[in-house]
Design a protein around this ligand. Structure first.
Ligand SMILES: CC(=O)SCCNC(=O)CCNC(=O)[C@H](O)C(C)(C)COP(=O)(O)OP(=O)(O)OC[C@H]1O[C@@H](n2cnc3c(N)ncnc32)[C@H](O)[C@@H]1OP(=O)(O)O
Ligand SMILES: O=CC(=O)O
Ligand SMILES: [Mg+2]
Length: 353
């Protein structure tokens, strides 16, 4: 383990100094596209202004014989498109794959100045992050990149979950972690065949009513609650950002919204959008609701310096609710600063309060 005093030193001569804080930038949806798919690539200039993060995916969902085309497509798009305030990320192939070295070398040397974050799949422990960290520093130095490219880990193996705290704190490059429910289900030998979301068989049943005939209600449970909560704690403890990953039932927009909202309420800042239809869902869910923001402002105003206890509309408020309200309001302010429509919705709700 590196000495704490060396933690923020560049890992290669000439590499940019690591950041001390993850900069806040909206990342409500990380929109996946295959840069080697001509139809999807053609949509990038139109989609870019609608999303917070655009991610050129090189890993799963890109066929083995299309890996080089996807990588070359991403280089071309990164050079040609002006992304404005939208972040450009990539998901590289896994560290044990035949493609990952070329992914990193090509992308950082060709378009490293355009890339904000590199998403690393199937991270199992701090050693995976350390490998990427050093290699990125060497490549940044070689390419003359002046700000560090950040790293995002996917939590999608049982070993990764067991080591999530050390992954979150492995490097000052760590920007965040996403839950990868599809690979995680396979790694854990869960008996599901879905990409995220629930399962009707995972339930609890109410107690018998005293006779055999009265039907007993069942309640579907959340398969991902434990892992999301654990990931959120690891991220919060290390000052990095947690995300829900993919929801594969594209047509079931209702359940997608539910899954995203559960993640939002538990502390996640965003989720992946796999299809254009999921962009608006993520935008809605991961932006605090205008009524909640107006309420939070009311509590903050009533609490003065944030200490003591007051009653508002029959509800006790104290230092702890004040802090929760500050979380909601600061997120709303950061998002509104970049989203005039949201800013107007917050102002209208404030007027009604
Ligand atoms: C477990 C994991 O690792 S999840 C992450 C990896 N998976 C992915 O990245 C999947 C990304 N998404 C996709 O590949 C596609 O959305 C699919 C395969 C799910 C569905 O694709 P289609 O069957 O083409 O969907 P559909 O017909 O509804 O698409 C409508 C249009 O949107 C386009 N489109 C679909 N998804 C995307 C996308 N993610 N980004 C941009 N455009 C898209 C299609 O090309 C199509 O274009 P067209 O109107 O010019 O023909
Ligand atoms: O990569 C994502 C997953 O769910 O697997
Ligand atoms: Mg995966």
């Amino acid at each position: 383990m590196r000495s704490p005093k060396d933690f923020f030193r560049p890992l290669a001569v000439g590499a940019p100094a690591p950041l001390r804080e993850v900069p806040f930038r909206p990342s409500r949806m990380i929109h996946f596209f295959d840069p080697g798919n001509a139809k999807m690539a053609a949509k990038v200039p139109d989609i870019a202004p609608q999303v917070d993060v655009l991610l050129g995916n090189l890993e799963d969902a890109v066929a083995a014989d299309r890996k080089e085309a996807a990588r070359a497509g991403l280089v071309e798009i990164a050079k040609a498109v002006d992304f404005g305030a939208t972040q450009l990320w990539t998901r590289i192939n896994s560290l044990d794959s035949p493609w990952v070295l070329d992914d990193l070398v090509t992308l950082v040397t060709e378009v490293g100045d355009k890339l904000d974050v590199i998403m690393v799949p199937k991270v199992e422990g701090a050693e995976d992050i350390h490998y990427v960290d050093r290699l990125l520093a060497q490549l940044e130095a070689k390419a003359g990149i002046t700000r560090p490219i950040l790293v995002h880990a996917i939590l999608e193996t049982a070993t990764g979950v067991a080591n999530v705290e050390e992954i979150a704190g492995a490097s000052p490059r760590m920007q965040g972690i996403s839950l990868g429910p599809a690979d995680l289900a396979a790694s854990r030998r869960m008996k599901t065949t879905r990409v995220g979301g629930g399962h009707p068989g995972y339930l609890v049943r109410e107690d018998p009513h005293g006779d055999q005939d009265t039907p007993r209600a069942t309640f579907q449970q959340d398969l991902w609650h434990y892992t999301i909560a654990r990931m959120v704690d690891a991220c919060a403890a290390h000052g990095i950002l947690p995300y829900y990953g993919p929801f594969g039932d594209i047509k079931d927009t209702t359940a997608c919204e539910d899954q995203f909202r559960n993640a939002f309420l538990l502390g996640c800042v965003g989720a992946w959008s796999l299809h254009p239809v999921q962009i608006a869902i993520a935008k809605k869910v991961f932006s605090p609701a205008p009524a909640d923001v107006a309420w939070a402002r009311k509590v903050i105003a009533a609490m003065g310096d944030g200490t003591g206890a007051v009653m508002i509309d029959g509800k006790m408020q104290d230092d702890a609710t004040y802090k929760q309200c500050r979380v909601v309001v600061s997120l709303a302010d950061e998002l509104a600063a970049r989203d005039p429509e949201l800013a107007a919705a917050y102002a209208a709700a404030q007027d009604e309060e």
